[in-house]
Write a protein that binds this ligand. Structure first.
Ligand code: ADP
Ligand code: MG
Length: 360
């Protein structure tokens, strides 16, 4: 069903994305490392989950965002291991990995359940073992790390220990593929440091797929199909809705869900906006911990102030005496986190719906 707010896990539920599906599959079998980027809610997780399910590979899923929030922003070996442990439990329902892991130090097997002993387990040995299992069964292990930029909060060295593990996997485990996503594209690259020669992953070749919002026509078709699936006649102007909501599938899904609930277009759109403002403020809260300036800057940009000088003038006028380097840093962070984009020397909010929401 299209109007489901969770990431899709089956191809039959994935709308369009024909080119992206092919690009992903090609990348997966041609590169050890595939990076999937795109705005929040554009459909990265959906594409990957549906494809991995279709390709019948063995996936181990790590969720950077949930590791970050469940650990209070300080991800330890323990948090990582417990996510891997539950992934192994899931995989073992389908594949006979239990016997295969039996002899491994740091793995304790009772019946069919696998317990990882944090102090004893060496993650690279575990990955090596899983790789061997995959090779024997003519499969690949896909280590899929979602919103990986958060893993810079793993350990005490900006996630470097994890990058070392990824580099080991990349170089040595030929039946293991790395699939990494990030909505905060600048931060993701900043974390992976593929072009920084001091980084463990330096110089590794990879394929990057950027998922774009739907084109206008696709968005209209998406809504039509979604409403048809739930047998709800469309008695309003779908094009008008797409004019407002644009092409991020996550917003279209939310609209579908809200329209089904309230049967009123205006109210449904308002609910989508309400939801988004809640989400923005909680996401911005993370940024604001560093400086309350971010939201102010976003508000000015949403209102149409698009130049460095204009932003600086307004901040100072509001009593925020910001120096050049601080303003530069703030704008840089907003770009790295994919909130704004700079083109032809002008700043703009990337997502038109967020722009409206921030504008209030
Ligand atoms: P991301 O991982 O980029 O943040 P998700 O995959 O979580 O995005 O998708 C956000 C929402 O949009 C979910 O409700 C998902 O079901 C829906 N969605 C995204 N892409 C598609 C698609 N191609 N077809 C159907 N639903 C989609
Ligand atoms: Mg996602």
């Amino acid at each position: 069903m299209l109007f489901d707010t969770r990431p899709k896990t089956k191809l039959e539920d994935l709308f369009d994305r024909i080119d992206e599906r092919k690009a992903f599959e090609d990348a997966l079998y041609n590169y050890p490392l595939v990076i999937v980027t795109g705005l929040r809610r554009v459909g990265k997780s959906s594409l990957i989950k549906a494809m991995l399910n279709e390709l019948q590979e063995i996936s181990i899923f790590l969720d950077g965002r949930s590791l970050y929030s469940s650990s209070g922003g300080n991800i330890t070996h323990f948090h990582l291991i417990s996510q891997i442990e539950s992934e192994l439990a899931r995989v073992s329902l389908k594949y006979k990995i239990v016997k295969f892991l039996k002899e491994l130090r740091g793995v304790s097997i009772k019946g069919n359940s696998i317990t990882l002993i944090r102090k004893e387990l060496d993650l690279s040995s575990l990955m090596e073992r899983l790789n061997e299992f995959a090779a024997k069964n003519g499969k690949n292990i896909i280590l899929y790390i979602d919103e990986a930029q958060y893993l810079k909060y793993y350990g005490s060295r900006g996630g470097k220990d994890l990058l070392t593990l990824l580099a080991f996997i990349y170089d040595n485990l030929h039946n293991t593929k790395l699939v990494i996503t990030g909505s905060e594209i600048g931060l993701l690259h900043d974390f992976l440091k593929l072009s920084d020669y001091e980084s463990p992953l330096y110089g590794r070749a990879y394929s990057e797929i950027c998922i774009e919002p739907f084109k206008r026509k696709t968005s209209i078709e998406f809504l039509k199909k979604g409403f048809a699936q739930i047998n709800l006649p469309v008695s309003f102007d779908i094009e008008e809705v797409v004019n407002i909501l644009d092409g991020i599938p996550g917003y279209l899904v939310l609209f579908g869900v809200k329209y089904r609930e309230f049967l009123d277009v205006k109210e449904a759109i308002e609910k989508v906006f309400n939801y988004l403002s809640g989400m923005i403020s909680s996401e911005l809260k993370e940024l604001e911990k560093r400086s309350p300036r971010y939201l102010k800057i976003l508000k000015h940009i949403a209102a149409g102030v698009d130049s460095w000088a204009g932003l600086k003038r307004l901040l100072i006028a509001s009593g925020d005496i910001v120096g050049d380097s601080r303003l530069y840093e703030a704008l840089n962070i907003l770009q790295q986190t994919s909130w704004i984009k700079k083109a032809d020397g002008k700043y703009n909010i990337v997502d038109p719906v967020l722009k409206r929401v921030i504008n209030g």
